[in-house]
Design a binder for this molecule. Structure first.
Ligand SMILES: [Zn+2]
Length: 412
């Protein structure tokens, strides 16, 4: 199973926006942009909202049927590992093997020595010229040993997860993610990770490194765009080189996690992907749930949105903990619930909607609500009935956000 060149990961915490999301992809197609929708949901999300992986497949299939989508689409078991993958095997055809927790666990010393002694690894040592990168990558023997020390165990774990799924399922799309780690991977590290994956016979088609700068949930990029640009440019060159030299699938491409709302770097990504003729996968999962809240605010569901914010505010630490590497909230910048109770629904929507030019927009408020879907999940039917009641206004926000603020600037 081969992933298409351009794809967008869409997430839907409460499984009501599949059609609204697919409408955004269809709007792209009407502009000539062929993008494959991939519905993804992580084990973490399923656990928080008490849903089962089969429900995501049902939602995707239903949206595709309802709108008559005749293009490819996929269902991604996002951020799974050996302990969580089993219940995803039937419903998913795309698996994101998350080995970030295994980074820096040392592989056996003899395995590291064998890797460093591999003639092909030694061939990478020195000043390595990669087409598309101006300066040669300096890969010393120390770099090879250090990178093996840091990533070999994690890559071996990816191999274990890959084989576990393959034995039970046969063909599927393999993504490997190392994005939820503390430090970014350099292009040289990415090259060596891809080499390790090829040695481990993992047919990786999308790879999610951690890029330089902060990719916080639901808010813009925080970092130096010029540095990001150089790194992304080099990563794209590294991917093309790895396909050619290591025999990895020709569909191999970068996957940008926490990719929603990174408005300041979308023009860079757009330009570089075109420059390299590369493919791209961007995951935008959580942004949809915030559009639900915005739609509910627009619909005047004042009691419900205030209740959700109150719950989020009072449980800040609990809600933020699982997302610590991908959020930056300054609690001093969060309005207290009494203040929010006094806001109009319109002001609530403006504080939340990601329009930076709006003076009411508050990225701290937005990030807290981003991780607060558990509060809405606990409301059960009280929340989902409101989604049904206001399906039109909520869906309109979901579609417009994905199409205007994401698909168009990234792929257009
Ligand atoms: Zn991720």
């Amino acid at each position: 199973m081969i992933i298409e060149k351009f794809s967008i990961g869409m997430g839907d915490r409460f499984a009501h926006q599949g059609e609204a999301q697919l409408r955004a992809v269809i709007a792209g197609r009407e502009l000539g942009l062929e993008i494959t929708p991939v519905w993804n949901k992580s084990n973490r999300e399923h656990t928080i909202v008490h849903s089962e992986p089969d429900s995501l497949r049902e939602e995707a299939d239903a949206a595709v049927r309802a709108l008559g989508w005749d293009g490819p689409y996929h269902v991604d078991a996002d951020h799974i590992n050996l302990t969580t993958v089993d219940r995803f095997i039937g419903a998913s055809d795309f698996f994101t093997l998350d080995v970030a927790d295994y980074v820096a666990r040392p592989a056996a010393p003899e395995e590291i020595a064998r890797f460093a002694g591999d003639a092909r690894a030694r061939g990478l040592a020195g000043a390595l010229c990669i087409p598309g990168i101006d300066r040669p990558l300096e890969i010393t023997e120390e770099v090879i040993l250090a990178t093996a020390g840091k990533f070999l165990y994690a890559v071996q774990e990816a191999g274990r997860i890959y084989r576990h799924i393959h034995e039970r399922k046969g063909g599927f799309i393999t993504e490997v993610s190392v994005d939820e780690t503390d430090s970014p991977q350099t292009p040289a590290e990415l090259l060596l990770i891809l080499f390790m994956l090829s040695r481990e016979n993992v047919p990786v088609q999308t790879i999610a490194p951690k890029f330089t700068g902060r990719f916080n949930k639901g808010v813009d990029y925080v970092g130096d765009p010029a540095r990001f640009e150089q790194e992304f440019d080099e990563d794209l060159a590294v991917i093309a080189y790895a396909v050619k030299e290591f025999g990895l699938p020709s569909s191999l491409k970068l996957s940008v996690h926490s990719g929603s709302d990174k408005f300041s770097i979308y023009p860079i990504i757009n330009r570089l992907v075109k420059k390299h003729g590369a493919g791209l996968h961007v995951k935008t999962a959580g942004t949809t749930w915030l559009e639900e809240l915005i739609g509910l605010a627009e619909a005047g569901e004042a009691d419900l949105i205030r209740k959700i914010y109150r719950g989020a505010y009072s449980r800040y630490e609990e809600l933020a903990a699982p997302y610590s590497t991908v959020i930056d909230i300054d609690p001093a910048r969060l309005p207290n619930p009494e203040e929010v109770d006094g806001w109009s629904c319109e002001h609530f929507a403006h504080s939340l909607r990601h329009v930076q030019a709006n003076p009411a927009y508050n990225p701290h408020f937005r990030q807290l609500l981003h991780v607060a879907f558990k509060v809405a999940a606990e409301l059960g039917a009280e929340y989902t009935d409101a989604l049904k009641r206001n399906a039109e206004v909520v869906g309109r926000n979901v579609t417009a956000n994905l199409f205007e603020r994401h698909i168009r600037p990234i792929f257009g």
